[in-house]
Design a protein around this ligand. Structure first.
Ligand code: FBP
Length: 548
């Protein structure tokens, strides 16, 4: 690999860790836990891993001898900055327990476990990837680990490699599956522990005990840098309205964090759209009103941030997607057999009257996307739906109507952008480099403590790293029952933007000013070297959530 100058310099960075992890640790166990909702149903499905306590690691002077234990690692789902540091943390943690421990990486996601494709991760390989972005050390994939055949097939290779614990680095769906696997291996006495690590740029895997999913910090900083640059460009030429869609699946955490960082003229928060039961038309009117007000001041330019999951939160479309999910879960083969040019008509004929009308009203491309290409977890691939174009076009049409009616006299020239993939493999910010390494190191401590069905947890991360708290949370504690593919399933509850939370409230109290006036902030690129107030900042979301 040819390395850039920055990559060479950055390799030497020593990630900061919670103080307790610098030496030998002992475990402190809290009280029994229960799932966030549907306790009875979740307990029934997880009889061996339900109700376990939250644990915390504290320093000890005791000398503990650990027997050898090999570990397997899987990177699951979309890339997120810092994944390599999680693996480096696991590696260093396991070696500190016993220098003969080995770490194996399963290749290209959970599929590598099932297909027995793996690689031993030795010190020289790990060193090549410290503090770098990407998941290319072993690759990632979206194969869903869900059947007992897959679990048994995985167990064959785990036994062959003498692997005592598997760490699954993934988002809410992958960690749900990790928990199902932990339960199964415990039930059959397989002798393999399963630990999860909270990954996803989307920021939607968080709760009381998991402050953030790794990668969110870096991805938002990358997007905010570029949005800031666009804002400076548009404030210089003063002739374009930029419609910027931001990745992040259903939740609007990324859009909100970027809005807090750059202070755009408009930012849609999907969760608010749902709460206010807004239609696409309402949203278009709101944006067009902001455009018209700025035009009245002579400012025919601006920025609009759009969360990629927006379309799913417009109540009429949400109801449509839910009926489509149920329908296609039972009639996928029938649907696939219909000629492509007949599929739209076929769906229109099968849906209830209301949903059929909404479906028929959508532009061809958007309608098609709602019926096709679900990911293996059954999610509509919202990143493929071009809402930024849809909105730019609809706002343009609305302004043209207003112009005709003499209500608007400005110029409207839109530009559209989608920021997603460019942020997922960026070199991790100091926050993500430190957080990820600590998560990995904590996973090794959970393994040493014999835990299974736990997610690695590092808290208090707005304080300096030596005050961070390392521990573990039972995955069942985060679960509830949700309808997936037409059936009720136990899943980790997704964290959406809370409309009564401090980050949204801060945004809401400033947005009117940001809409009409030009209050842009230009955050600039992530800094790795320099003063701590420049290099070690957390996201504004996390700071506000923690009242700082
Ligand atoms: P994860 O939940 O797997 O972390 O996915 C993150 C994400 O980047 C989403 O924001 C986006 O909708 C999706 O992946 C895109 O998926 P793909 O990489 O398969 O195109």
């Amino acid at each position: 690999m040819t390395k850039s100058a920055l990559q060479v310099a950055r390799a030497a960075y020593k990630p900061k860790m919670p103080k307790a992890l610098h030496g030998t640790v002992k475990i402190e166990e809290g009280a029994a836990t229960q799932s966030v909702a549907d306790q009875e149903a979740v307990e029934k499905l997880f009889p061996h891993t339900y109700g376990m306590p939250i644990v915390k690691f504290v320093e000890t002077t005791d000398k503990i001898d650990y027997p050898t234990a090999n570990v397997g690692v899987i990177l699951s789902g979309g890339q997120a900055p810092g994944g390599h540091n999680v693996i480096a943390g696991i590696f260093d943690g396991m070696k500190s327990l016993n220098k003969d421990n080995k770490v194996y990486g399963f290749l290209m996601g959970p599929g590598g476990l099932i297909d027995h494709k793996y690689q031993e991760l030795t010190a020289d390989i790990i060193d090549e990837y410290r503090n770098t972005g990407g998941f290319d050390i072993i690759g990632s994939g979206r194969t869903k680990l869900e059947t007992t055949e897959q679990f048994d097939k995985g167990l064959e290779i785990l036994k062959k490699l003498n692997i005592k614990a598997l760490v699954i680095i993934g988002g809410d769906d992958s960690n749900t599956n990790a928990c199902v696997l932990a339960e199964y291996y415990k039930a059959i006495n397989a002798g393999v522990q399963v630990i999860g690590c909270p990954k996803t740029i989307d920021g939607d895997l968080k709760n009381e005990m998991i402050e953030a999913s790794f990668g969110f910090d870096t991805a938002c900083k990358v997007y905010s840098e570029v949005i800031g640059n666009i804002q400076r460009d548009c404030n210089s030429a003063r002739k374009y309205w930029h419609f910027i869609k931001l990745m992040g699946r259903s939740a609007s955490h990324i859009a909100l964090e970027c809005a807090l960082q750059v202070q755009p003229n408009f930012c849609i928060i999907s969760e608010e759209v749902e709460a206010k039961e807004q239609s696409l038309d309402d949203i278009v009117n709101e944006i067009a009103t902001a455009v018209a007000k700025r035009a009245a001041k002579g400012d025919n330019f601006g920025t609009v941030l759009i969360p990629e999951g927006l379309i799913e939160f417009v109540p009429a479309i949400k109801a449509l997607i839910s009926e489509l999910n149920d329908y296609l879960a039972h009639h996928q083969d029938e649907f696939d057999a219909i000629a492509k040019d007949q599929q739209r008509q076929y769906i229109i004929s099968k849906l209830s009257a209301d949903n059929s009308a909404v479906y028929a009203s959508l532009p061809e491309g958007v309608a098609r996307q709602l019926t096709l290409d679900r990911d293996p977890h059954g999610n509509v691939q919202v990143s493929l739906i071009e809402t930024e174009k849809l909105l730019a076009e609809m706002v343009g049409n609305r302004l043209a109507e207003w112009k005709k009616a003499g209500k608007y006299a400005g110029k409207f020239s839109p530009q559209v952008h989608f920021f997603g993939y460019e942020g997922r493999c960026a070199g991790p910010s100091n926050y993500d480099a430190d957080y990820c390494y600590s998560l990995g190191y904590t996973a090794s401590a959970l393994i040493a403590a014999g835990k299974t069905g736990y997610m690695s947890s590092v808290r208090n991360t707005t304080a300096p790293a030596d005050q961070w708290i390392a521990g573990g949370v039972p995955v069942t504690m985060m679960m509830n029952m949700e309808r997936r593919h037409g059936e009720m399933k136990p899943v980790i509850q997704k964290a959406l933007v809370k409309l009564d939370g401090a980050p949204f409230k801060f945004f809401a109290s400033n947005r009117e000013n940001w809409a009409i006036n030009t209050e842009y902030v230009y955050p600039g690129p992530i800094q790795y070297f320099g003063p701590t107030e420049v290099c070690d900042q957390t996201t504004i979301t996390l700071r506000l959530e923690q009242g700082k």
